[in-house]
Design a protein around this ligand. Structure first.
Ligand SMILES: NC(=O)c1ccc[n+]([C@@H]2O[C@H](COP(=O)([O-])OP(=O)(O)OC[C@H]3O[C@@H](n4cnc5c(N)ncnc54)[C@H](OP(=O)(O)O)[C@@H]3O)[C@@H](O)[C@H]2O)c1
Length: 451
């Protein structure tokens, strides 16, 4: 029997995202779950705490064992946890504070000292270290217990339906695969817009900022999955396709080595108006917003700017990729691939306007997953957990990818340190993608000041 052990099983991520996904999976998959947390003294209180997050009649509740334990006190934790670990594969999952990862790992090391490493797996949530050096030392700790290909760095964006659709879009639509190159594309925009502020993560955010929190992982993941060459190999028997997908992580890492950063004057940083009060630091220069172009110096993409943007307290929550094509008319033809809130793809074309003349107007041809399919795409975490349990690494970044993405992030942070740009203190809840990408910066009327 497979055992899943969750560190952080009373936390926000576990209860809101992981638990419902586990409940769905438990209808098809055999496993038991050990849920570790500090907050509750007994199983009954834990069960009534998680009940509202579980769908009715889920078999999961039967298989859920709660254990109260403090990672800071391994001498007590290890003897309590050890007898619960049955024979068979064990899947550890770190959904707790990253500052506790090392301690959790040393407890795990002791717990599984006599086990066959082939039966040990681990998944962990970002951030993967504070910088490249910190990541390499975390990786060393992980490798002292787990084989390299049993370590799963989770980026939940890659579990989202539209992001995976990028593979199919390119592999099975030959014309599109050809169009997605510098010959036809003038600009690509990848954006993750958030409506919320830092909320309860103030201390974490003040140390981290938007570049480390979003650029280093989600945006570089989406960028490379979008831009990587996916050959149209997915023929009927899919063998070639599957063989290629196995190498996808490696291909994306390679692509990252071609990443070129812009001149510093093209980098826009911002901080939302109420941020300093929220984090209790009247001097803070921490960025809650960024927008800048990067380039991929490859045969396919040389010279095409990829604008990467993300921020908090913007007008609405929205993530998307937008591809603009060279065009004689305005606005240019484009494909928008929306990741959230809806899974949809829009193609903007010009058609003839009804009437006597040959006037044109832009229209959208669209695909919306919710209108086309009865069944909903599984939530991102269901896909992630399923792949983790089945040792399918297609959608997980390799450790060399994480290292390479830290290299790019550090280069960017050094560039900003050497030439610090002024930050725009932006009004909350007003910036839209349209306004941002028209100006390629936060429009002046939305900045209370630049400091
Ligand atoms: N929330 C999200 O949507 C999200 C998204 C992406 C990534 N992440 C990542 O996921 C991880 C967890 O985030 P979260 O939002 O779930 O945090 P959270 O709500 O603060 O939960 C932290 C968890 O860690 C446990 N914990 C804290 N100190 C402990 C200790 N000394 N011993 C044992 N357990 C301890 C807490 O247990 P008690 O409360 O019982 O003390 C709780 O279960 C972080 O790495 C975060 O960056 C979160």
């Amino acid at each position: 029997m497979r055992t899943l052990v969750f560190f952080g099983a009373t936390g926000n991520l576990f209860t809101r995202r992981i638990l419902p996904a586990l409940a769905n999976l438990s209808r098809e998959e055999e496993f038991t779950v050990i849920a570790l947390g500090r907050r509750f003294n007994d199983v009954a209180s834990y069960r009534s705490f998680v009940l509202p997050f579980l769908p009715d009649s889920s078999p999961l509740l039967e298989r859920l064992v709660y254990l109260q334990g403090d990672i800071l006190n391994p001498k007590e934790l290890i003897p309590k946890l050890s007898p619960l670990l049955q024979e068979g594969p064990i899947y550890f999952y770190l959904a707790t504070l990253p500052s506790l990862y090392r301690l959790a790992l040393s407890a795990i090391k002791e717990l599984v000292a006599l086990r066959n490493p082939e039966e040990l797996f681990i998944a962990l949530e970002k951030p993967f270290g504070k910088d490249r050096r910190d990541f390499l030392s975390l990786k060393e700790d992980l490798r002292s217990v787990f084989p390299e290909d049993h370590i799963f760095y989770v980026d939940h964006y890659l579990g989202k339906g539209t992001v995976q659709n990028l593979i199919i879009l390119k592999a099975e639509n030959l014309f599109l695969e050809r169009l997605l190159s510098r010959e036809f594309v003038s600009e690509v925009r990848i954006a993750i817009f958030e409506e919320e502020g830092v909320g309860e993560r103030a201390a974490f955010y003040e140390e981290t900022g938007a570049i480390r929190d979003i650029f280093q992982n989600h945006l570089l993941q989406i960028l490379t999955l979008f831009a990587v060459d996916i050959p149209p190999l997915c023929d009927e028997d899919r063998r070639e396709c599957n063989r290629f997908l196995m190498q996808l992580a490696e291909e994306r890492t390679k692509l990252l080595t071609f990443l070129r950063l812009p001149e510093s004057n093209l980098i826009e940083l911002g901080q939302y108006a109420g941020y300093r009060d929220e984090v209790g630091n009247t001097e803070s220069r921490r960025e809650t917003f960024f927008c800048f172009p990067v380039f991929l110096d490859t045969e396919r993409w040389k010279g095409v700017p990829f604008y990467l943007a993300s921020g908090k307290k913007l007008q609405a929550k929205r993530s998307f990729i937008e591809v603009l094509f060279h065009s004689a008319v305005s606005p240019p033809n484009r494909i928008s691939i929306e990741i959230q809130p809806e899974e949809r793809i829009d193609l903007m074309l010009f058609v003839r306007k009804p009437g006597r003349n040959l006037d044109s107007l832009p229209v959208r041809l669209n695909f919306a997953a919710s209108g086309t399919f009865q069944a909903k795409s599984p939530e991102a975490y269901e896909k992630i957990l399923y792949d983790f349990l089945h040792n399918d690494r297609t959608l997980f970044p390799s450790s060399s990818f994480v290292e390479e993405s830290w290299k790019a992030t550090e280069k960017l942070l050094h560039l900003l340190e050497a030439n610090p740009p002024k930050l725009c203190r932006y009004r909350e809840g007003v910036l839209t993608p349209e306004a941002l990408f028209t100006a390629k910066r936060i429009p002046d009327e939305m900045c209370l000041e630049r400091f």
